[in-house]
Design a protein around this ligand. Structure first.
Ligand code: SAM
Length: 500
């Protein structure tokens, strides 16, 4: 038995799909029809130990019990690790026939489905120039060449898999691993007409680090549908060792079917209908994000750079003129604990020191002067929780005039009265507003774009909402204003935690 190192498991994404999930995917009607057809070919191009291949074989044999060799001939796999490959092939050997190994050798192959080459046996010690490269090729040609399929057969095959999700950790940031699953999704979508993939769901919320172009392409592709969504990734992969923020989803693309584009992915039907009512069908809808300010709002002025010539050393990137989360720690001579009585005017800045909320004073001429600094606003944390619908926002606070913040916060509004800022803060704390925030906020990140389905309100005394009421009363007024049904209200009341 091969003992797999943690590094290897991480590097190649060797987290295998549990059998119940494989069965759930194969049970989808579109796949069941294809499994019944003896000649439809199935390919898992990242086969691992054969979780999909084994189950496909079992189900196909159930439908076609008298043609076991034909069934076996219709199942293909590619795997980069030889020992996994041995498992994947071994899973099939219940069938008693001498021709089996011949078929397995041809159909379950050792290869790299992304770089399109056949690696040497010991992948971990791989020298990039070793192995059988297929230059100037496509995945179609790769399958054709390696598995003996025609281009047409590859196009008509069903690709079904769970590819690796992340690249190996690189660079200085030990907490960050770049996603890689989108590269597999893109390659497979180009190759076969029918592709079913289990992958992180973040891209469907246009969140996470996959390229935005990829996310948009997936969301706007009318051939793509999402038959399965599991918000808690640990239910599917309890031993993966990472929290798959935003959950996992199964996407299915059929080039010959039009499912209508996904557009905005909202997995819960109650949230879908609330979104339709409050946002899509509401001609007066304006987003709260229209009056929000992101993390790059409050910035150091040229005067600060002139008076502290060593600043470029402390702030190596040009974008660092915006106050990063560690601003107080790296600039204690600019952000002062107490306001000096030295004839200069000061702004107060809200931020963190060692993860604790605190404030510091900075000379007004050391900051770029913007209107937001002179008005009332509400500060909310720029990162909060993990994106689950039932979590609270860590305490928002009203920012008075002459108060700004580091990138720890984003802010809402440019209000001329404290009463409006308080009203806005109450609204942000309502279950109603946070339910709509939950459509897009599926990770810890909380930038203004995530608030684009939360409806902007009139926070003045002339508003249609009486902001002097308690937050739970305001929720009732909002339910009434947007004519939510009993089921929609019940959904919000049971899924979103109250905030004081
Ligand atoms: C997440 S696992 C899933 C395996 C299997 N499909 C399953 O669902 O259990 C991904 C597999 O892809 C393999 N792999 C990683 N990169 C690959 C590549 N470029 N080409 C082919 N296989 C690859 C890994 O060794 C691993 O076994």
């Amino acid at each position: 038995m091969v003992i797999k190192s943690r590094e290897r498991v991480q590097k190649f994404g060797e987290v295998f799909t549990p059998r119940w999930m494989v069965k759930r995917m194969l049970a989808l009607p579109e796949i069941q029809i294809l499994l019944q057809d003896l000649h439809t070919k199935f390919i898992d191009p990242c086969a691992g130990e054969g979780a999909f291949l084994t189950e496909i074989l079992r189900e196909k044999l159930n439908f076609n019990p008298y043609q076991p060799l034909e069934v076996l001939r219709s199942i293909y796999g590619v795997e980069i690790q030889l020992d996994n490959l041995a498992y994947a092939a071994h899973c099939h050997t219940d069938l008693e026939d001498s021709r089996i190994w011949q078929i397995l050798n041809q159909n379950i192959i050792h290869g790299d489905a992304l770089k399109l080459f056949q690696p040497p046996p010991k992948v971990e010690e791989m020298n990039l120039f070793e192995g059988f490269y297929m230059t100037d090729t496509t995945l179609t040609k790769f399958f054709a060449e390696m598995c003996g399929l025609t281009d047409e057969q590859v196009k008509n095959a069903v690709i079904i898999t769970n590819p690796p999700y992340q690249e190996d950790r690189k660079g200085d940031n030990k907490n960050y691993s770049a996603p890689v699953y989108h590269k597999f999704v893109e390659a497979f979508h180009k190759t076969s007409d029918r592709v079913m993939i289990l992958h992180p769901a973040r891209c469907l919320f246009n969140a996470g680090a996959t390229p935005k172009d990829f996310n948009q392409k997936l969301l706007n592709d009318e051939h793509v549908t999402v038959p399965i969504y599991e918000p808690d990734g640990s239910k599917v992969f309890p031993n993966a060792g990472v929290d798959i923020k935003g959950g996992v989803a199964v996407t299915y693309r059929d080039a010959n079917k039009n499912f209508g584009k996904i557009g905005t992915f909202i997995p819960l039907p109650e949230l879908q209908s609330i979104h339709k009512k409050v946002v899509v069908d509401n001609k007066n809808f304006q987003p709260l994000s229209k009056i929000m300010h992101g993390q790059m709002t409050y910035k150091l002025s040229d005067k600060a750079y002139a008076d502290f010539p060593d600043l470029p050393k402390r702030l190596p990137r040009r974008t660092d003129t915006a106050l990063r989360t560690n601003a107080f720690e790296i600039m204690p001579d600019i952000f002062l604990e107490n306001k000096p009585n030295d004839g200069h005017e000061y702004f107060k800045i809200e931020g963190l020191i060692q993860n604790k909320r605190t404030s510091r004073f900075v000379r007004q001429d050391y900051m770029i002067d913007i209107p937001e600094l002179h008005h009332y606003k509400v500060f909310i944390p720029a990162a909060n929780g993990s994106g689950s619908l039932n979590e609270k926002l860590s305490t928002p606070l009203v920012g008075l005039p002459l108060v700004g913040s580091t990138q720890t916060f984003i802010s809402v509004g440019d209000f001329h009265s404290e009463a409006e800022a308080v009203a806005c803060m109450k609204f942000i704390k309502t279950k109603f507003a946070r339910a709509l925030l939950g459509i897009l906020k599926v990770t810890q990140h909380n930038p203004p774009e995530k608030w684009k389905f939360v409806p902007l309100q009139d926070f003045s005394a002339d508003s249609d909402i009486d902001w002097s009421r308690s937050i739970d009363r305001i929720d009732l007024l909002l339910y009434q204003k947007y004519a939510l049904t009993y089921d929609e209200i019940k959904f919000i009341e049971t899924h979103v935690k109250p905030m004081e």
